[in-house]
Design a protein around this ligand. Structure first.
Ligand SMILES: *[C@@H]1O[C@H](CO)[C@@H](O)[C@H](O)[C@H]1NC(C)=O
Ligand SMILES: *[C@@H]1O[C@H](CO)[C@@H](O)[C@H](O)[C@H]1NC(C)=O
Ligand SMILES: *[C@@H]1O[C@H](CO)[C@@H](O)[C@H](O)[C@H]1NC(C)=O
Ligand SMILES: *[C@@H]1O[C@H](CO)[C@@H](O)[C@H](O)[C@H]1NC(C)=O
Ligand SMILES: *[C@@H]1O[C@H](CO)[C@@H](O)[C@H](O)[C@H]1NC(C)=O
Length: 233
């Protein structure tokens, strides 16, 4: 009786989680029911963050399990060049019961909630030494010895996107310079063309006015070149 009920709730739970789990269920049936009970811990799709020194940072971690949880043990530790530095640990007796978290690090604060399957922590006053890998570890009593973990990487910087700004500035300067140069070339070209045209026109004028003079001498009406030439005289 109890076994059937457990199985029904297990199926109900899995159906809600959607298509990804349907595919997972098929694979599960092929490999064996044991893997369906697997707990999953995740630090999210983007499992790294870049923060400013001195700020506080959220180290996210959530869990999920098809069969639900019982005495879920979890901890967070920092991988300091291979040495495990414990940050915090706790036991969630059952779903919805908030854990009594033991904090091992003075700047760590637990901000998760078992009601949201959230075991995230906050790290305050970040220093450059805090940069590195943070491991969220969990083990469900229902799965005995199976360990699960997820890694979150923290990058600590002095000023956010300083390099990007410099790069943008360089690009803008170069682009501005190039555009300026093009404009300058165009202006020079226009001036040169204008001067050349004027010189050519002057040459023409000289030619025309000479013929114009001839024309007036011949008694013909004044040409266009004459009117243009008059203000200069
Ligand atoms: C961050 O580090 C820089 C360089 O070490 C330092 O000058 C600055 O005061 C630090 N900022 C904070 C908020 O600790
Ligand atoms: C990490 O280990 C490497 C060699 O294993 C060593 O050169 C380096 O100084 C260590 N870094 C820290 C921060 O302890
Ligand atoms: C973070 O630093 C500020 C100022 O230095 C201090 O007042 C605060 O108590 C620190 N917070 C933690 C959690 O260490
Ligand atoms: C976990 O809880 C923290 C603090 O309440 C929140 O900022 C974060 O978004 C939560 N993460 C998820 C995946 O719900
Ligand atoms: C799980 O981790 C514990 C230490 O937390 C270790 O003693 C145990 O051997 C691990 N089990 C497996 C199956 O890796």
């Amino acid at each position: 009786m109890e076994l059937q009920q457990g199985r029904r709730s297990f199926q109900h739970r899995c159906a809600r989680t959607g298509d990804a789990l349907h595919a997972g269920l098929v694979i599960t049936l092929l490999i064996g029911v044991w893997y369906a009970q697997a707990l999953e811990v995740t630090t999210g799709k983007v499992n790294f963050v870049e923060v400013l020194n001195g700020s506080s940072v959220l180290l996210p971690c959530t869990y999920s399990s098809c069969i639900g949880i019982k005495n879920l043990y979890f901890n967070w530790h920092f991988n300091d060049n291979g040495t495990k530095i414990p940050l915090c640990e706790a036991l969630i007796p059952a779903e919805g019961i908030e854990p009594n978290v033991k904090i091992d690090h003075e700047r760590v604060e637990f901000v998760g909630s078992s009601k949201r399957s959230n075991i995230s922590i906050l790290l305050h006053n970040v220093t450059f030494e805090d940069q590195g890998e943070y491991i969220c570890f969990a083990r469900n009593y229902k799965e005995k010895d199976r360990n699960h973990s997820a890694t979150f990487t923290l990058f600590v910087v002095d000023k956010l996107k300083v390099v990007d700004n410099t790069l943008t500035l360089i690009i803008v300067s170069v682009l501005g310079g190039v555009i300026g140069l093009i404009v300058l070339i165009m202006v020079i070209k226009a001036v040169v063309v204008a001067v050349l045209t004027k010189v050519q026109e002057k040459n023409k004028e000289c030619l025309v006015s000479s013929t114009g003079n001839d024309n007036t001498e011949n008694g013909l009406p004044a040409s266009k070149a004459d009117t243009k030439a008059t203000p200069k005289a």
